[in-house]
Design a protein around this ligand. Structure first.
Ligand code: WQD
Length: 344
């Protein structure tokens, strides 16, 4: 079976590519490398033990995407490609709407032209905004608090509408909670350069000495220690869910939505303490004000993914998950590529 991964050279895409290859799939990757580099593709081939068809393209470009589908007999698509920094989306909303929605609409058009009718979409818990009930199941109302989240929400809606108009098309929306960690080999992981947008890469950059300290965004939430609670899911467990979603669609099942999290929450302070224990580093943290749009608690109910997809996350221990992130980052303080490229 041949699977196209848009954004497949990114953090979650690369881990999913390896798991799919190890499950016997052939992989095509379309990625503009704006948040990655070619070395990642080489590592994916090393870990997956076979070659990848790689296209360095912008998925928003119709002609470029047309070439990918013309040259490859694709059975299913996993759509990872998109800008994903919450803060950046607030500063540059038009860039986010244009990039993320054009990519989604372009992909759907080219898929239909080539009768490719199975799609898995990398969505996010951010579509739940500030949840009314925790743990959050897929029936919870969706409403966003930032342009990045709205691009996920709108992409989901576009896909639902295209499915309604084209019954042959079946789509799985995977709503990730907080992906962290790295492949057990320590050869691939989250891009550790530039100013991180998320907690975990920020912590490991402080631990390797690249950044001086970590700001803790708010300590007055209604949580055990006043800092936000999140549901951290190991990236390899997340990758496994994508394999099960491909299988689910290839078996002819209907379109569906699944939350992907461990169902366990940890506060920011607990994550920092655990990282100090795992790394043996002081990891200086300073209290700062709240970050706009942050819900106090986001914890998943993933019962649906477990019951319908048969998903069984294997890494629920926070120490183990952080240890995998540290193994990757401490052995790659400059990331994959030369400092100049990675630090741009
Ligand atoms: C986690 C907690 C921060 C940085 C977002 C997206 C989601 C997904 C993951 C793409 C929050 C606190 C963070 C820092 C801090 N992205 N924090 N200091 O915001 O839960 O989710 O990233 O798939 O779609 O919505 O993740 O890691 O940014 O923040 O105190 O320097 O850590 O306030 O409570 P978030 P995060």
């Amino acid at each position: 079976m041949k699977v196209l991964l848009t954004g497949g050279a990114g953090y979650i895409g690369s881990h999913t590519a390896v798991e799919l290859m190890n499950a016997g799939c052939d992989i095509v990757i379309a990625d503009d490398l704006s948040n990655s580099c070619r070395e990642v593709v080489k590592r994916i081939e090393e870990l997956g033990k076979k070659t990848v068809r790689f296209y360095e393209i912008d998925v928003c470009g119709e002609d470029a995407l047309e070439q990918v589908f013309s040259e490859n007999d694709i059975d299913a698509v996993i759509h990872f490609a998109g800008k994903k920094a919450v803060g950046e989306s607030v500063a540059k909303p038009l860039m986010y709407y244009k990039n993320n929605l054009d990519a989604t609409m372009n992909l759907l058009e080219v898929m239909q032209r080539h009768d490719v009718d199975k799609l898995i979409f990398s969505s996010s818990a951010t579509v739940y905004g500030v949840p009314k009930v925790v743990p959050i199941d897929e029936k919870q109302p969706t409403w966003c608090t930032n342009p990045y989240g709205w691009t996920k929400y709108m992409s989901e809606q576009i896909m639902r509408d295209v499915c309604a108009a084209n019954p042959k098309l079946s789509i799985v929306l995977l709503r990730y909670f907080n992906p962290i960690g790295a492949h057990e080999s320590g050869l691939i992981g989250e891009k550790p350069n530039g100013i991180p947008n998320n907690l975990m890469p920020y912590i490991t950059q402080v631990a390797v000495g690249k950044l001086k300290e970590l700001g803790v965004f708010g300590n007055d939430y209604d949580t055990p220690d006043g800092t936000c609670v999140r549901d951290y899911i190991h990236v390899t467990d997340l990758a496994q869910a994508h394999i099960l979603a491909v299988k689910y669609l290839m078996e002819g099942n209907e379109s569906n939505i699944f939350n992907l999290g461990n169902g366990v929450g940890f506060t920011v302070k607990e994550v920092i303490e655990t990282a100090r224990k795992v790394t043996g580093k002081p990891i200086k943290a300073v209290e700062e004000g709240r970050r706009a749009g942050d819900p106090a608690v986001l914890i998943a109910s993933s019962e649906k993914a477990k019951n319908i997809l048969g998903w069984k996350p294997e890494h629920a221990d926070l120490e183990e998950i952080i240890a995998s992130a540290w193994k990757w980052h401490s052995s790659h303080p400059q990331g994959y590529c030369s400092v100049q490229k990675e630090d741009k």
